[in-house]
Design a protein around this ligand. Structure first.
Ligand code: ZN
Ligand code: ZN
Length: 342
């Protein structure tokens, strides 16, 4: 486990820092097993959110564009994911489901949740066919549905009912999820716009908000933020995207509400919580060894043996775990390979 670097936001940074410090002081690294991690991936313009559950389960909410698919797969592998228990397609836009084919090829999937909105695009047809071909359980959960998974409550807040005649019906029929673990909660709003927002009678208070529709002006309003009272907001968008996301109006509303704001531009945003406090950091590079300096040590997750990178007996990519040194590998309980490490 790498050391945490806590980034302080512009406003309420001190409070956040204290929360994070309390979290680290109380739990350190030993208790990471009982941590809920929500990682909003840097997929450029699009959405992909990885959820690591306290007992090792995994959920992926959207998979970015087709171009981002391989990066999503690589990130999930670097995090040690082997199976995706719940794969959610919030709505059929290509910046949310374009990467699904890469994900379905790389991981076994327990079940798929789909918005049920039929877009009729080739991207959606290929996605649905890939799910069908693999015989994966498939559901279209609606508002009111909930499931407890590894101590985390997953609630579906939308869709409440089918919506049509809006600027983007695909966006307005999104699956909106709330995750709660102890006292800390996350609202994943997909690309919900104002019409869908109005169909949800009440949004419960939420600790962390994945801002709707890449920070578009139609994804956020003052009343909504008053209901949520979020402490932290994360906008998933690409640098200099053609839509001008995040829009000034949305950012201004979040700032007025005193919310600490992160974007995925330049790196994943990682939030970890023990159910009481939370820590947030920006992961600038994939969690692999630093390029500079010593040769990385590569461990095999299943045999618990470690190798130097030139060894001809290296484990397959998905079984690898990287260490900075042989000492670090030994400390983690790995033993040296008899062939490559003397
Ligand atoms: Zn989108
Ligand atoms: Zn969309």
């Amino acid at each position: 486990m790498r050391t945490e670097t806590l980034r302080r936001g512009t406003r309420f940074g001190v409070i956040l820092f204290l929360c994070a410090a309390a979290f680290l002081a109380a739990f350190g690294q030993a208790a990471f097993a009982s941590t809920l991690t929500v990682r909003v991936l840097d997929v450029g313009q699009g959405d992909s959110i990885f959820v690591g559950f306290p007992e090792g389960g995994a959920m992926l909410v959207d998979a970015g564009t087709a171009e981002a698919g391989p990066k999503v797969v690589e990130t999930l592998r670097s995090l040690g994911a082997e199976k995706i228990d719940i794969l959610v397609a919030t709505h059929p836009h290509s910046d949310h489901i374009g990467g699904m084919l890469a994900v379905l090829d790389a991981f076994s999937v327990g079940k798929v949740w789909d918005s049920g909105y039929v877009h009729g695009t080739r991207t959606q047809q290929l996605f649905l066919k890939a799910v069908l071909d693999r015989n994966i359980r498939f559901g279209r959960p609606k508002a009111g549905f909930s499931e407890e998974f590894q101590g985390v409550l997953i609630e579906v807040l939308a869709p409440v009912k089918p919506i049509s005649g809006t600027n983007s019906d695909a966006n307005n029929n999104s699956i909106v999820l709330r995750l709660s673990f102890g006292e800390v909660s996350f609202l994943l709003t997909a690309d919900m716009e104002k019409e869908q927002r109005r169909t949800v009678r009440r949004f419960p208070e939420t600790t962390v908000l994945k801002v709707a529709h890449h920070g578009s002006h139609n994804g956020t309003d003052a009343r909504f933020l008053e209901m949520l009272r979020p402490k932290l907001a994360i906008i998933s968008c690409g640098a200099e995207n053609p839509y001008g996301h995040p829009h000034r109006e949305a950012v201004a509303l979040l700032e007025e509400a005193g919310v600490d704001l992160f974007t995925t531009i330049g790196g994943d945003v990682v939030v970890e919580t023990d159910g009481v406090a939370f820590a947030v950091r920006k992961a600038v590079a994939p969690e692999k060894p630093e390029a500079a300096g010593a040769d990385p040590i590569i461990g095999n997750r299943s045999s618990r043996v470690f190798h130097v990178s030139s060894c001809d007996g290296l484990p397959s990519e998905k079984n690898r775990v990287y260490f900075k040194s042989a000492k670090e590998a030994e400390k983690a309980g790995y033993r040296p390979c008899g062939r490559c490490v003397q």
